[in-house]
Design a protein around this ligand. Structure first.
Ligand code: GDP
Ligand code: IMO
Ligand code: MG
Length: 427
């Protein structure tokens, strides 16, 4: 059995949680590899409805080992709360392990996230406020504290002491806010360390063994390709790579070991936070999609911006990820619409272009060029076989496939596990 990376192909919230939960039935290992608790992965299954932020969506399987990889930044308090919530719902978390190389979100990261957003004023990114950007900045600046550091209290104190001195200088001298107490932060993180110690491991060996045993391993992406700091709508992006390539770095696996890359696309587009979104609909249809789909963030509850499927962005996403197959989710949300639009190009400064520009200035000026397709206007939520989908729905999917240049092997017609049409095997 192979390694399959499940990757967000748009601006996040494509339904990765649902897809991973569905595929987990046959998996022996599920690994989160990027982001932090900015992610919100909704899973609806016999255990209930959950919005997972750090724990992989494979946790509901009676046998899959779940890893939080080195590429994830971990807010230990948030993780402990999530584990407790799962346990209270009867979910066994004894097969969850955390990489000892994962960086921690510290209280000053959350403070800086808020202060930096305030400083950006009208150009705020609209972050989730979870401290993600500052934590990844510190990782790159080699100022991070890692999960493994929690296991050695003396070394933790020494490292925290020097880092907190520096952070407090910025808090007080640049932002004019109160400093954090070394004593309080240290004791809190010692407590977290005691709680999380049983979970903290060297995880790359576990991953290698599972791969060598030929078991099905899922790499669970967070966020989406258009939020990638290199290829997304920079600077309106997140701070770690949600791409398939990020899966190698954030889980600790070589590219040659990944057998399939499943791009998860919504049948339309959504985005939370600021930044360009060429197909955004600020009209009745946008409103209708938002309300019908209940497009509100799983992490922050913010309304998601809604728009037509952007095939230009989708093709770009397929290129930089190398998708071998796609999952199209939320097809059912389009059930009532008489006509559908697909953005197949942009008008930029009077010229027609078919690529996704790198600058947000250009993206802001891009006017979508639409192709119209007929809607199907019948319910699809009960359908379980591809051939039973209305002809117009199959035509719509076929057109998306042309742009993303890979087969849509999985189509979802509702949030529940069984509301899924596995058209062909994923490999
Ligand atoms: P993720 O971050 O990619 O895991 O996605 P989110 O959980 O943030 O948002 C996806 C939302 O779509 C969740 O509320 C899911 O329950 C829901 N969902 C997933 N697939 C489908 C589908 O095919 N149809 C409908 N109606 N909802 C879906
Ligand atoms: P999942 O895994 C959608 C967005 C934020 C903001 C930008 C930067 O559920 O798909 P950050 O807090 O990361 O510094 O915020 O990225 N964002 C997401 N949008 N889904 C997510 O995760 C997101 N994670 C971050 O809204 O625009
Ligand atoms: Mg989400």
């Amino acid at each position: 059995m192979p390694v399959i990376a499940v990757i967000g192909a748009q601006w996040g919230d494509e339904g990765k949680g649902k897809v991973v939960d569905l595929l987990t039935e046959k998996a022996e290992m599920v690994v989160r590899f990027s982001g932090g608790d900015n992610a919100g992965h909704t899973v609806i299954n016999p255990w209930g409805k959950f919005a997972l932020h750090l724990v992989p969506a494979g946790i509901f399987s009676p046998r899959a080992v779940c890893l939080i990889g080195n590429g994830v930044v971990i807010n230990p308090g948030a993780l402990i709360d999530e584990i407790e919530l799962l346990n209270r719902s009867g979910v066994d978390t004894s097969r969850l392990f955390i990489s000892d190389r994962a960086n921690l979100i510290m209280p000053y990261h959350i403070l800086f996230d808020g202060l930096e957003e305030k400083w950006r004023g009208g150009k705020a990114i609209g972050t989730t406020g979870k401290g993600i950007g500052p934590a990844f900045s510190d990782k790159a600046a080699r100022l991070g504290i890692r999960t493994g550091d929690l296991l050695d209290k003396e070394a933790l104190l020494e490292r925290l002491h020097s880092i907190l001195d520096y952070k407090n200088a910025i808090l007080t001298k640049v932002y004019g806010v109160s400093p954090l107490s070394l004593d309080e932060v240290y004791h809190q993180y010692c407590q977290y360390g005691e709680c999380l110690a049983p979970y903290i491991r060297e995880t790359t060996g576990m991953l290698e063994e599972a791969v060598n045993r030929g078991e099905l391993v899922l790499l669970e992406g967070a966020q989406g390709a258009l939020l990638d700091p290199d290829f997304g709508t920079y600077p309106y992006t997140t701070s770690s790579s949600p791409l398939a390539g990020g899966g190698c770095l954030g889980a600790g696996i070589g590219p040659s070991r990944i057998n399939a890359i499943l791009g998860v696309f919504k049948a339309y587009c959504t985005r939370v936070g600021s930044g360009p979104m060429p197909t955004e609909l600020d009209d009745e249809t946008g409103h209708l999609i938002r309300e019908r789909a209940q497009e509100y963030g799983a992490t922050t509850g913010r309304p998601r911006r809604c728009g037509w499927f952007d095939a230009v962005a989708a093709r770009f996403s397929a290129r930089i990820n190398g998708f071998t197959a796609a999952a199209i989710t939320r097809l059912d949300i389009l059930d009532t619409l008489p006509r559908l639009k697909l953005c197949v190009g942009y008008k930029l400064d009077g010229k027609t272009i078919d690529y996704f520009p790198s600058s947000v200035g250009a993206l802001d000026r891009c006017q979508p060029i639409y192709e119209e397709l007929p809607g199907w206007q019948v319910p699809t939520t009960h359908i379980r076989r591809y051939e039973q989908l209305p002809l117009q729905a199959r035509q719509y999917i076929a057109r998306l496939e042309e742009f993303i240049a890979c087969p849509a092997n999985l189509v979802c017609v509702g949030p529940e596990r069984e509301q899924s049409i596995l058209r062909k095997p994923l490999l």
